[in-house]
Design a protein around this ligand. Structure first.
Ligand SMILES: NC(=O)c1ccc[n+]([C@@H]2O[C@H](COP(=O)([O-])OP(=O)(O)OC[C@H]3O[C@@H](n4cnc5c(N)ncnc54)[C@H](OP(=O)(O)O)[C@@H]3O)[C@@H](O)[C@H]2O)c1
Length: 362
């Protein structure tokens, strides 16, 4: 028996969050979405997880992003989320966009990694079981796989949509040419890819760089009708005040998970401190400036260039600070230039090898 939930969502939850259209699809996502990569495994208190999810939904965050391997241990974020969903959010299922993914290592042997039909189909079934869902709203291929023909992965995504186990499909960490090729393939199949999920932040701008065909990933995706949801827009916490005065014991860097010590080099920390000064002049925190920057108007597609900033948060206070970004999304030309004068690549794109593992012509 599921205990009766005491949770009543805020009645004004749809009054302040902007929702942006995902590429050429009919789906809209909140400008800020919440990811469960870290902070939702068995190493974190369930009540903190519950409080973060409740506050997010209360403030208009309708999108929660998961993957098969989120934890630790792998799979536990989906189990914990499934439990909280059942206890608190089931009456609101139709107000939520829940995503999952497969592509990185999940189980032993040759069928627990990559982009094969075998892996994707089995993994989605497992994710649905862990979360207690009949379907996810978005299912992603999590990373390019050099060993599987693109057609096989795309046919699997198409058939997953046809089976009703995902409403929409997308790709993550694909480069510009492969994105365009995959999008064209799926358009011909009558099952468009709707979304592209790359890493992107002030200090990790690979999505803006021209690929072999001259188009950046942001342009190639938008031209192909895909929206873009930018993950790790805070560079895993580097673009916040978290590390300005040392490494807090409860931080991601201290846990030595995905944010390694060399990412906190003196050079990076000096840059972060200068970016923090610019943020203060804008009367924003560094985290807020970093999120507004990812969501800024740019290029041919303006504010539609990045549909949503996909953040993580280890506390309600962090989440609240991040959502307050929406009070000021505007930049003057001088502010953008000041940021560009200080910012350089911080060497934190740990997904670059996956992107490079497979290109258009491979
Ligand atoms: N597709 C992919 O391959 C892929 C890869 C990575 C991530 N993602 C998705 O993107 C989501 C976000 O990734 P991410 O967690 O790396 O994003 P992020 O927003 O760049 O970093 C989140 C971390 O930054 C710190 N933080 C957040 N807000 C803060 C604030 N206001 N003040 C101080 N520190 C703050 C927290 O670290 P502490 O824990 O130290 O407090 C938090 O856990 C993931 O959950 C996942 O859904 C996808």
């Amino acid at each position: 028996m599921v205990p009766m939930s005491s949770y009543v969502p805020a009645s004004d939850r749809y009054t302040s969050m902007p929702y942006r259209r995902v590429g050429r699809s009919g789906l809209k996502l909140p400008a800020i979405s919440l990811g469960l990569w870290h902070n939702f495994g068995d190493d974190k208190p369930l009540e903190t997880q519950r409080a973060i999810l409740r506050r997010a939904f209360d403030r208009g965050v309708t999108h929660f992003d998961l993957a098969n391997n989120y934890g630790p241990p792998a799979g536990s974020a989906e189990i914990n989320f499934g439990r909280l969903l059942k206890e608190d959010f089931l009456p609101y299922r139709d107000e939520l966009i829940i995503s999952s993914k497969a592509g990185w290592d999940m189980w032993e042997g040759p069928y627990g990694f990559g982009g094969s039909r075998k892996y994707l189909m089995a993994s989605l079934d497992q994710s649905l079981e862990r979360m207690g869902l009949d379907y996810v709203d978005i299912f992603y291929h999590h990373r390019p796989d050099p060993d599987t023909p693109l057609e096989e992965t795309m046919y699997a995504l198409r058939d997953i949509v046809a089976s009703g186990k995902a409403l929409y499909v997308g790709i993550s960490s694909y480069g510009p040419e492969l994105t365009a090729e995959a999008a064209q393939f799926m358009a011909e199949e009558g099952c468009p890819l709707i979304i592209n999920q790359p890493s992107y932040s002030i200090v990790n701008r690979w999505v803006e760089e021209p690929g072999e065909d001259g188009d950046s990933l942001l342009t190639a995706a938008a031209d192909s009708g895909l929206g873009t949801i930018a993950f790790s827009p805070l560079a895993q916490g580097l673009l916040t005040d978290r590390y300005l005065g040392g490494v807090p014991a409860d931080s991601r860097a201290a846990a030595a998970k995905s944010l390694s010590g060399d990412m906190l080099s003196e050079e990076n920390l000096t840059m972060i401190s200068r970016l923090n000064d610019i943020a203060q002049e804008r009367e924003q925190s560094l985290a807020q400036m970093a999120l507004a920057w990812v969501l800024r108007e740019q290029g041919e597609y303006g504010v539609e260039t990045v549909t949503s900033a996909l953040i993580g948060a280890s506390s309600v206070a962090q989440l609240d600070e991040n959502l307050d970004t929406l009070d000021n999304l505007e930049f003057s030309t001088a502010e953008l230039k000041a940021i560009d004068d200080v910012a350089r690549d911080a060497g934190i794109n740990i997904w670059a090898d996956a992107t490079a593992s497979r290109r258009h012509a491979d």
